[in-house]
Design a protein around this ligand. Structure first.
Ligand code: G3I
Length: 333
């Protein structure tokens, strides 16, 4: 049958996945590589463009891991997304680096860093310029060396630097406010941030909705309505939409695998039907294609220690009902 990439393209949507060159590399696993080549029109490095990999040394940036993925995309006719120029969380800014940044002057440092990375990857057509800067507990900006010293201006500087050094790339704000978890504070904070971007003419084009959804959330109609209202507010402000990191956590499901897979597929179909109803949504990326390589295996193990099944292909590279659900949602869109 047609690939997910083809089905999506028929609806004007770019389909793809995150790829890791470190933990589970397509370069060491030909079956993984074949799935990516067949299904994906776009890839995004899962970790390789992050500050903690690239490093802060202007003389010796570690671009090699991401370069390899960029070359893989080029060779196979895939587009390349960039993730991320400013992940504004202390957890992902090594302390010695934060000290250097403070000493160098955060504004100068941030502009130079973004210039360096954007210039190195002219292939990137869409950048997660800022990732996860809203604290879900308070709805305010997370505290880092950048926001402590520059406040909101840190974000303005990041988007302006991206516009200057990657003028043709889409500029995205990316965050995880998942539809079924009912985090009012997080959503309200993201809406305020998006309003501020508009009020202060910060050049942001789109909201990246990560979409790490799960079978364990609140799937009530009320919750669905709240979520759609949130997305409506975003599109009313003129933002485009992307699904940037889709997967379906199934740690709450017990029972046989066929039943688990069917429930994961049903929840995905329900979610995608709603999201694909927005004409502003033109990119759909999974956070991996093969269950065994999912970040969820390590980060959120199931109580029964069985592997999670959050992605379209199983450990033996067989297509799962989740992929069929995506195909059905794309056909219906
Ligand atoms: O590669 C090293 C390895 O050498 C070392 O032995 C091992 C020991 O900890 O760590 C390995 O690095 C890990 C890396 O993933 C590669 O597997 C890091 O510890 C681990 O923290 C890192 O996790 C990544 C996480 O972001 C933090 O950067 C996940 O793979 C990645 O899937 C996850 O992705 C995030 C998005 O960027 C933003 N949205 C949420 C999403 C899921 O958390």
């Amino acid at each position: 049958g047609p690939s997910l990439r083809q089905l999506a393209a028929e609806k004007g949507i770019l389909f793809g996945s995150a790829v890791s060159g470190r933990r589970a590399s397509p370069f060491d696993d030909p079956a993984y590589r074949d799935i990516l080549i067949r299904e994906c029109g776009v890839i995004v490095p899962e970790n390789e463009m992050k500050l903690y990999v690239v490093g802060g040394d202007p003389k010796r940036p570690n671009f090699a891991p991401a370069d390899r993925l960029a070359a893989f995309a080029r060779t196979n006719g895939m587009k390349l997304r960039g993730h991320t120029l400013l992940w504004n969380r202390v957890e992902y800014m090594p302390a010695p680096l934060a000290a250097q940044i403070r000493a160098a002057g955060p504004e100068r440092w941030l502009r130079d860093y973004i210039a360096r990375v954007c210039t190195h990857f002219p292939q990137v057509y869409s950048w997660d310029v800022v990732n996860e800067t809203i604290d879900p507990k308070t709805g305010g900006l997370r505290d880092t060396v950048f926001t402590q010293t520059l406040g909101f201006d840190a974000l303005r500087i990041a988007y302006e630097a991206a516009r200057e050094h990657a003028p043709r790339a889409q500029r995205v704000y990316n965050d995880y406010m998942s539809w079924e978890r009912g985090n009012e504070t997080h959503r309200a904070g993201v809406l305020r941030l998006l309003e501020q971007f508009r009020a202060k003419n910060v050049p942001v084009d789109a909201l990246g909705i990560q979409s790490h959804i799960g079978t364990d959330g609140d799937h009530s109609d009320a919750q669905r309505r709240d979520w759609m209202q949130f997305v409506d507010r975003v599109t009313d402000m003129g933002y485009r939409l992307l699904i940037t990191e889709f997967d379906v956590n199934d740690k709450s499901l017990t029972g046989d695998i066929a039943k688990r897979d069917a429930e994961v597929a049903a929840i995905a179909k329900d979610y995608l039907d709603r999201m694909l109803s927005y004409r502003q949504l033109d990119q759909l990326l999974f956070w991996g294609m093969i269950d065994k390589y999912s970040w969820l295996q390590g980060f959120t193990p199931r109580p029964d220690k069985l592997p999670q099944r959050p992605l379209p292909y199983d450990a033996a590279y067989r297509p799962k009902p989740l992929g069929a659900a995506v195909a059905a949602a794309l056909r219906a869109a």
